[in-house]
Design a protein around this ligand. Structure first.
Ligand code: F6P
Length: 735
């Protein structure tokens, strides 16, 4: 490209120079001719050829002048510079033409094999044109000048090409080689060291795709290395901690190539449209937190309601997509529901009926026949979606999740008696008297008992369930083995306290544990200056005791004013089920309550409560877990509550205090938390003070004990127990 430009530029320059030099030559020839004419014309008149010849010879010696020739009007040569007379004895045609037209003219002309410039002027006598004077110049200097221009351009081109190549080379070295070397250093460090690499990956946009892939690959490699090391360590120390690798081995042995299916209402990944782009988010759900690591470890298919507004845009023609998006490990199959179905089955029967029925939170359940109809329809729809998946593989293991699918076990069992079905109930089970207010209690229990295994978080809920069945249906309860015998089928009812993937046993946690955030800067970002930080993480749900928690904070600050200006509580609240009036109203109530308390205490730089109302990702929540002095889980009733476990899991510095409601399943395991009754505001206010004033050593003892519990009773332990029990239920029946 550059060469073409240089060539064009030189061509133009040469043309212009040639034109200029030719005009100059013509001008000089004309001037010379005019002055010669004055001497020649009188001699022509007097017909003095010898004198004419002398003048011609005298002029012919001038610099660059090759010669002079004079013709008479009959084209006869009458005087000429001697060296030219032989070549120009006859005039060229344009000389004759000049005489005929009586007009001066200049031409380039080949003379004796050499190019010459001939300028012709008509000579006059009184009667008119009497001949022609031809001034002949040697124009070779023009050619030399033009050659010089070509040479100059060529040299300039060479220098430019050299400089540009050098700069390009330096630029490539600086912009590519540097970052690539950095990337190599980063990868080498990762390969040889166990710590997080101190080198930074190049951030330039051009490297983005490469950086993304390299980071992903590195994360997988380091997770695999950690898993292998953990396995080796466990083998050496004969520890019994469950890891993804161990779970995978166990499940593979149990499954023997048979498919594993998980069915839940909430999907693990929702695709949403955001500013014309499709984004993917992980919903706020304890169930998702718990089951995702299992599917990641074992593979399989997860069937769930496709509720994201861009969900349909990303699935294949069987409504399937492989997830997690960044490193697909299992299949997500989406089931589509109409607005009416979602309203009746999800918002209506599940969350205005079942949810308050099972949680003793003093919100009255609503049972509507129309909702019940939709609940049955949607359970059938999920049964069909599941049965479609079973066509290829025999004797599958199916893990049905939660109160949205009480009828599903029976619907599947009727079609596929060989399927091993577990129903895990993530929320509490009330006592039989409370449950009996449900108009369809018999149908619900009948549906549930299609499962081979029913799991709850606690033995207490198992007992409530067995008691409910005992009082409602004709059946035999085997209290020794905690089983229900009915219509020739046996259903085991057992507790499986759900948990989390303990940090260090998952990819996500290890990737971030190296860099602990700073409490001050976290608060500064929220526009608050405080010494102590408390945190709460919840779906905004009336069972979570958020208003009670705020009241306790108010009471604490009123009772211990020294903490005013010192303690701030950040509530990370994810709006949930907002089309239900109670939930909608609760969001406003929480906002109003936070406002009221803030207004009462706040100063210019400080406020007691920061309520962040939005869905927060795990990455956004983690810094709050890691830096807060205390975490409050104050549910009025909760099956397990994984926030409590996540907080403990995040505290690898072994500090921080967990304030935990006695009405959560988690309180049965995390006994070193400060256990509170959320209805007792005084007690909670005191717990806040105790937490903030607890010595570092006591925090450590408590945190260590809770972490030890979680380390052993992690999500892999839960999954291994549930799946093993399910496999054994079948073995017992067939043996
Ligand atoms: O943990 C109980 C549970 O209902 C889960 O089944 C559910 O995923 C979670 O709470 C969040 O609720 P939702 O899915 O209705 O937003």
């Amino acid at each position: 490209m550059i060469s073409v430009l240089v060539l064009l530029f030189t061509l133009v320059q040469v043309r212009q120079e040639k034109e200029r030099l030719t005009i100059d030559l013509q001008r000089r020839s004309a001037l010379l001719g005019e002055s010669l004419k004055e001497s020649i014309e009188p001699l022509l008149e007097k017909e003095r050829p010898e004198r004419l010849q002398k003048i011609v010879e005298k002029f012919g010696n001038r610099e660059r002048l090759a010669g002079v020739v004079v013709y008479d009007v009959k084209d006869k040569l009458i005087a000429a510079t001697p060296s030219l007379s032989a070549h120009l004895s006859d005039p060229p045609a344009f000389v004759t033409h000049t005489m005929n037209s009586d007009r001066e003219s200049g031409e380039f002309f080949q003379l004796g094999g050499k190019e010459m410039y001939l300028y012709t002027l008509p000579l006059h006598r009184e009667e008119g044109v009497a001949g022609a004077l031809v001034i002949i110049h040697d124009p070779s200097y023009i050619q030399e000048r033009l050659s010089l221009i070509w040479n100059d351009s060529f040299i300039r081109f060479l220098v430019n090409a050299f400089v540009i190549s050098l700069m390009t080379l330096l630029l490539i070295r600086w912009s590519m080689a540097g970052p690539i070397a950095k990337m190599a250093q980063w990868m080498k460090h990762l390969r040889t060291e166990k710590k997080k690499s101190p080198f930074r990956l190049p951030s330039a946009r051009i490297f983005e795709p490469l950086t993304r892939e390299v980071t992903q690959m590195a994360t997988s490699i380091s997770a695999a290395r950690e898993a292998a090391e953990e396995e080796a360590r466990l083998r050496n120390t004969a520890e019994s901690t469950w890891t993804p690798v161990r779970l995978k081995e166990q499940v593979c042995t149990l499954l023997r190539e048979r498919p594993l299916l998980v069915i839940s209402n909430r999907e693990p990944y929702m695709h949403e449209k955001k500013e014309k782009k499709i984004g993917c988010l992980v919903p706020a759900s304890g169930l998702v937190t718990a089951l995702e690591p299992v599917l990641k470890a074992c593979g399989g298919t997860w069937i769930a309601h496709g509720s994201g507004d861009a969900d349909r845009d990303v699935v294949d023609d069987q409504s399937k997509i492989r997830v997690p998006p960044e490193e697909p490990q299992y299949v997500l199959k989406r089931v589509w529901l109409t607005k009416e179905e979602e309203k009746g089955y999800y918002y209506g029967f599940s969350n205005e009926g079942f949810w308050p029925l099972c949680h003793v939170a003093h919100t009255r359940p609503s049972f509507r026949a129309e909702d019940w109809e939709y609940y049955q329809t949607v359970n059938k729809k999920f049964a069909e979606a599941t049965l479609e998946e079973l066509e290829e593989g025999g004797e599958p293991l199916i893990l049905i999740q939660d109160y949205h699918f009480a009828l599903l076990p029976r619907l599947i069992k009727e079609e596929r008696p060989d399927a091993r079905l577990a129903l895990f109930w993530h929320i509490p089970w009330p006592n039989s008297e409370s449950f009996s207010i449900c108009p369809w209690q018999r149908e619900i229990l009948h549906g549930m008992l299609g499962a081979d295994l029913i799991g709850f978080h606690t033995q207490f809920h198992c007992n409530n369930f067995l008691d409910t069945v005992d009082r409602t249906l004709e059946s035999r309860i085997d209290w020794e083995h905690f089983a229900v015998e009915r219509g020739g089928q046996s259903t085991l009812v057992k507790p499986f306290p759900i948990s989390i993937a303990f940090p260090g046993q998952t990819n996500a946690s290890t990737a971030n544990s190296a860099t602990r955030p700073n409490k001050e800067s976290l608060l500064k970002d929220l526009g608050v200056k405080a010494k102590h930080l408390g945190v709460g993480v919840d779906r905004i749900d009336y069972t979570k005791g958020i208003l009670e928690r705020f009241k306790a904070i108010e009471l604490f600050l009123g009772k211990y004013p020294a903490y005013q200006g010192e303690f701030t509580f950040v509530e990370l609240g994810a709006p949930s089920r907002i089309h239900i009036k109670e939930y909608h109203d609760l969001i406003s109530a929480v906002e109003i309550e936070a406002d009221r308390i803030n207004w009462r205490f706040k100063t210019k730089e400080w406020q007691p409560i920061v309520f962040l109302k939005k869905h927060h990702s795990h990455e956004e929540i983690r810094p709050f877990y890691e830096t807060s002095d205390l975490c409050m889980v104050t549910s009025l009733h909760d099956g397990m509550n994984l926030v409590a476990k996540e907080y403990v899991g995040a505290r690898n510095d072994e500090s921080g205090v967990l304030i935990l409601s006695q009405f959560t399943g988690a309180s049965r395991e995390l006994r070193d938390a400060l256990i509170v009754n959320p209805y007792d505001i005084e007690e909670m206010a005191e717990a806040i003070r105790t937490a903030l004033e607890m010595s570092v050593s006591e925090q450590k003892v408590r945190m260590q004990a809770m972490r030890e519990t979680l380390k052993n009773r992690n999500i892999y332990y839960w999954a291994a127990n549930l799946i093993t029990a399910l496999a054994q239920v079948r073995l017992e029946k067939t043996s």
